[in-house]
Structure formats: C-alpha cells, structure tokens
Design a binder for this molecule. Structure first.
Ligand SMILES: Nc1ncnc2c1ncn2[C@@H]1O[C@H](COP(=O)(O)OP(=O)(O)OP(=O)(O)O)[C@@H](O)[C@H]1O
Ligand SMILES: [Mg+2]
Length: 232
C-alpha cells in the first residue's frame, strides 16, 4: 500500500483535481484506490459527485468511532471515498493509519486543505509520497522549503498544473521551477497538467475529467502523470 498526500502552501493550485483524476487513472489500471477528503471545504466530496449519496458517513464519523469500512462511500465513477466534513477539526492521522492498514488498498490518496494545518501535517507524516502541485507563476515554489521537516524521508514530487506555455512569463517560471526542484532534489514530473475548461466543466458534472472528457488535454496529461508515478 502506498499513501500519497496532495499538499501545497498555496490555495487553488489543483490539489483536489489531481487527487480525483490520479485516483481514477490508477483505478483504470486495476489498482485498488481509496480517496480521502480531509479538507473542511469538502471539494473532493463535491466534485466526485458523492454529496448526493444519501445517508453517507464522513471522516468525522470515523474520528467519532465508526469503522473506516462503514465510512467509505463508492462514487458514481466507482471510486472509494472517505467523504469530507465541514466540522472536521481533528489533528491526528495515526488512528486513520491503523485502520487503513487493515483494508487492502494499493493506493490511498489524501486531499488536504488550502493551508497546511495540523491535520495536513499529520497526514504528511503517515504518507509514503507527497505530491505538490505548482502553477506556472514566478515564485510559485517559494515556501516549499518550509515543508521539509515533515517530508524529509518521503518521496516528493512536484507537478506543474494549469500550464499554458504560450506566454514568455510561464516559460520563465517553468525554468525557475526546474532549477529549484533540481537543487532541492524534488522530482519534477515531465507530465504537466494543461489548462483547459474541461476541468471546471467536469467539476460541474461531478466526475473526473478523465471520465467526462477522456480525449481532452488534461485527461491525456493525467494518463501520462499516472504512468510516470507508477514506474518511479
Ligand atoms: N488544468 C486545469 N485547467 C483549468 N482549470 C483548472 C485546472 N486544474 C484546476 N483548475 C481549476 O482551478 C480551481 C482550483 O482547483 P482545485 O480545486 O483542484 O485546487 P485546490 O488546490 O484543491 O484548491 P484549494 O486550495 O481551495 O483546496 C478550480 O476551479 C478548478 O476547476
Ligand atoms: Mg482542494
């Protein structure tokens, strides 16, 4: 089992989008995948279409004593999900780690909140791999080094998201990011997730973009990213 946590010290960089689509891509490769929404915004729960599931339990029910297997919901796309909860103020992940080990998943993908809070740090500690999305902004990688104490012993991967290399400034930002990742010994995946309105559309549809628009640019990019992660 591999636990992968999406995190960033900037909001709105594509964590939730990557969590959902990476899970979908892994599932298409017959991997057993569990998605976990630790964010109080519950965006992952919403965009995976799980909000409409009647009587669903949430991550908070787990922390209050429910069995993890009873909390897991299956979305319309066939993805297993621990739904988020707007009242989730928990700060530990050890009980979650114990419970997850008993279930037979190949991959557990954790989506976290916009800011790095105590719960995110706890999930980082139990993770094997940390994925950090980066937009092509100058200085987008600044502050990354602040993450280090929690993730020193982890595989760290950076993913460029919402990319549009037509402007000079984004090419410059890409060069900066490449330089930074090399110096910091962070894997920078070759597959960049291109900007496309298919992503917000897929949010509206409550489905991964890979299901909603399988031939769109980001869907192709997610396929490639999944391959890179699998062979690493
Ligand atoms: N490749 C893309 N092309 C176009 N829009 C995108 C792309 N990826 C994400 N977005 C849009 O950017 C916004 C932020 O994406 P997302 O919610 O995945 O980021 P996040 O890091 O999880 O945000 P938060 O920090 O609030 O949790 C969303 O409106 C989403 O539709
Ligand atoms: Mg999010």
């Amino acid at each position: 089992m591999e636990i992968i946590t999406l995190c960033a010290n900037k909001g709105g960089v594509g964590k939730t989008t990557i969590a959902l689509n990476l899970a979908y891509a892994l599932k298409q490769r017959k991997k057993r995948v569990l998605l976990v929404d630790t964010d109080k915004q519950c965006n992952l729960t919403t965009i995976s279409g799980a909000n409409s599931i009647k009587g669903k339990k949430t991550i908070l029910d787990f922390y209050k004593g429910a069995k993890l297997s009873e909390v897991i919901t299956t979305t319309e796309s066939g993805l297993d999900l621990v739904p988020g909860d707007k009242n989730n103020d928990e700060t530990e992940a050890d009980s979650f780690y114990k419970a997850i080990k008993a279930l037979k998943y190949d991959y557990v993908i954790i989506d976290t909140s916009a800011n790095i809070n105590e719960l995110t740090r706890a999930f980082m500690v139990i993770s094997d791999r940390i994925l950090i999305p980066l937009k092509l902004d100058i200085l987008s990688y600044q502050g990354l080094s602040q993450l280090y104490p929690e993730i020193l012993d982890k595989k760290i991967g950076a993913i460029v998201t919402m990319s549009d290399l037509r402007t000079k400034i984004s090419q410059l930002a890409k060069a900066q990011i490449e330089q930074f990742c090399k110096a910091a010994d962070i894997t920078l995946y070759k597959s960049m997730i291109r900007q496309s309105c298919a992503i917000p559309e897929s949010f509206l549809m409550g489905a991964p973009v890979m299901e909603y628009a399988p031939k769109s640019n980001p869907s192709i990019d997610f396929e490639n990213l999944c391959n890179e992660i699998l062979i690493e």
